[in-house]
Design a protein around this ligand. Structure first.
Ligand code: PMP
Length: 408
């Protein structure tokens, strides 16, 4: 991106134009959530000002409009991730709910006591705890794939575990939210499929950064959250292959998910409605579609190249800070840099940076098992998005040098 392009892009994000603690805000906590462009904020506003109504129920004009926009949003998500059919897109509250939906539903269908679910040591808690709940509820087992000392998935161990654990389901993260490491999803999915094992892919941290195509990856389910993709909070996506979704029992019961109800017998709709009981987050879905349109209106290759430049500059810069160690030393990373400093605890690093207007995250990043595996109490994590600048990377490095000097 040229300087002009980047400053035009930043103007789309009014929240960035503020000072924090007397310094220009440098927002480097994008892996936690992204900021929202005007296009999304305006779209939400327009929906509530002009179209708000409940969907799928009314014959009146507003309800028709809201229904059309909600369903058009589903179609937009489907085409964005390369799904065959909008019916393969279920709107949820977020990635967490998407995984819980799959876990709960499979607990009533294909998973039984003694069955194994295979995850990795680098999973977000959202891809661990739902399976542990099933362990307690129906007695499944949880097996894990090793992560190397440098924070990469041990591929050999993945293949071994497919053989030795004979899992009924594999569920893993596309890009680690803690370290930014990119997993070779297509290869791993294909290996699981060779053993006849279906795969759920957690795309929370990949989809904001590079194109993700469900048909190319051939994942059976894919989950992500709208808020990390420039969309609103409270809206997320579960993609599932159509025949798989239609074979799964409902997750929650209520209005909108049924063909007919009597006290004797209730008939459920097919996917996706079967999984969308009750009034959904209509505005959220419409806002998410606006976020996708916003992203699609730009040159995504140029955006990715820009983010790659930011990550490279940050990596080079952080390597010059004495006593700083980057965690996750893969060549294949997406927009996240995690580190620890000899001089200061990650929380102190984050507090000092905040005083300088720089927002990063510190702690375990909802990946406590990964922190235990790496022998760390937590890390400091800077994560980049399309609107960050090389000047912001320089500001981060400068502050880290000051922190190092201060504590040493
Ligand atoms: N998986 C990954 C890899 C994540 O980064 C996150 C969010 N930090 C989640 C799952 C959960 O997403 P949410 O909290 O939006 O449901």
């Amino acid at each position: 991106l040229t300087k002009q392009e980047l400053s035009a892009l930043r103007e789309q994000f009014p929240i960035l134009q503020q000072e924090v603690n007397g310094k220009p805000l440098v927002y480097l906590d994008n892996a936690a959530t992204s900021q929202k462009p005007k296009a999304v904020i305006e779209r939400l506003k327009r929906y509530y000002l002009e179209d708000n109504a409940n969907i799928h129920r009314g014959v009146h004009a507003l309800s028709q409009r809201a229904t059309d926009d909600y369903e058009a949003s589903r179609a937009k998500v489907a085409s964005f991730i390369g799904a065959k059919d909008p019916g393969e897109i279920v709107f949820t509250r977020g990635a967490t709910e998407s995984i819980n939906l799959v876990a709960s539903s499979l607990a009533q269908s294909t998973l039984q006591a003694g069955d194994t679910v295979l995850v990795t040591e680098m999973e977000h808690h959202a891809n661990i705890v739902p399976w542990q709940l099933l362990r307690d509820r129906i007695g499944i087992k949880l097996a894990t794939v090793r992560v190397s000392d440098s924070g990469e998935l041990d591929e050999e161990d993945f293949y071994l575990k497919l053989e030795s654990e004979k899992p009924k389901l594999v569920s893993f993260v596309h890009v680690s939210n803690s370290l930014g490491v990119i997993n070779p999803a297509k290869k791993l999915i294909s290996a699981a499929h060779c053993e006849g094992i279906p795969v759920l892919l957690d795309a929370c941290q990949s989809i904001p950064h590079f194109p993700v195509d469900v048909q190319e990856l051939d994942c059976d389910w894919l989950v992500f959250s709208g808020h990390k993709l420039f969309g609103p909070t409270g809206i997320g996506v579960l993609y599932g292959k159509k025949d798989i979704l239609n074979s799964m029992p409902p997750y929650q019961g209520g209005g909108d998910m049924i063909e007919s109800v009597s006290f004797e017998k209730t008939v459920y709709k097919n996917a996706p409605e079967r999984f969308e009981a009750g009034t959904p987050h209509i505005a959220g879905a419409i806002g998410l579609a606006a976020a996708i349109e916003f992203l699609e209106s730009m040159d995504r290759e140029a955006l990715l190249a820009h983010e790659t430049r930011l990550l490279e500059a940050a990596t080079k810069g952080l390597q010059t800070v004495p006593g700083l160690r980057i965690i996750g030393e893969s060549d294949n990373k997406a927009s996240v840099i995690s580190f620890v400093m000899d001089a200061a605890h990650p929380h102190d690093v984050a507090s000092f940076l905040d005083a300088a207007g720089i927002a990063i995250r510190s702690g375990h990043h909802c990946t406590q098992p990964l922190m235990i595996r790496l022998g760390l109490p937590g890390t400091a994590r800077a994560s980049f998005s399309i609107y960050n600048t090389l000047d912001e990377v320089d500001a981060l490095v400068e502050e880290l040098v000051r922190i190092q000097k201060f504590f040493a």
